[in-house]
Design a protein around this ligand. Sequence first.
Ligand code: PLP
Length: 340
Amino acid sequence: MTVDLDWENLGFEYSELPFRYISYYKDGQWDQGQLTQDATLHISESSPALHYGQQAFEGLKAYRTKDGTVQLFRPDKNAERLQKTANRLLMPQVPTDKFVEACKTVVKANKDYVPPYGTGATLYLRPLLIGVGEVIGVQPAKEYIFTVFAMPVGNYFKGGLAPTNFVVSRDYDRAAPYGTGAAKVGGNYAASLLPGGQAHDNGFSDVIYLDPATHTKIEEVGSANFFGITKDGEFVTPLSPSILPSITKYSLLQLAEERLGLKPVEGDVPIDELNRFAEAGACGTAAVISPIGGIQDGDNFHIFYSETEVGPVTRQLYDLLTGIQFGDVEAPEGWIVKVD
Ligand SMILES: *Cc1c(COP(=O)(O)O)cnc(C)c1O
């Protein structure tokens, strides 16, 4: 029995569900892991996650399909990305099987909170890997916690897919050229809070960061990747060692080619060549696609398709990907993992 919540009006907010998964790493190995009803972590005050940012996270969703079953979208890709992040921060990897099993276990334990099909709402999963234990010098932790918790979240676009405006940050970068931009770590987000807050205060939905080495090319949005659709049918997205590789982005890149016949291009996106694009968007798990109406860069405001209307290719891509995630459109092999 699904619980009774106002599914249509859910936002993107934390809520405490009955169960989460937790596993401890000690003496060089992971324990079995288990479900717990305790929503509070108990860790040493000296935990390296708190002092030196030795922590990483992931984000993915569970979707209720028309026939009532529940499924995950490419959780193995989140597992692989967390492994790459772990390597960069000298943390132990969580094996893919353990990661996917933990996600399934949490969804099953909280299945009454997986939103009904047709509401656009989903169960958001937050895997977290942190370095804990008694360390005060700058060195990797000897103990780690891997936890996965969940909460229902609403459809990002309540009134339907709609474009918003973004602003280029000229004063701040989110990551260094060979820093941790490609790792999903909290430090990148801490660095983006100030410019992100300023952007919101000025009426923009988020910041567009430029490549930190030359500040001439689009890098990504604070928590989403950038793509543009050229006037001659290319799906273009930036390539850089300091971009966080979005699973949504690589899924769209593949669908653009295989289902819409667009030419997939990963390469430079010079900020002064936005005229190439008929449409543009930001993409990530939370919103899937946020169509970009316009980009403000200093005194220059560039409008793509329209400030109020969503472009046709952006809409097609959004419908295709969400159709696959909710089980209405046939998925490429291996993209869907059934929970029950
Ligand atoms: C998580 C994240 C994204 C989106 O990745 P998805 O796998 O599509 O959810 C994009 N940029 C940053 C900085 C991120 O942390």
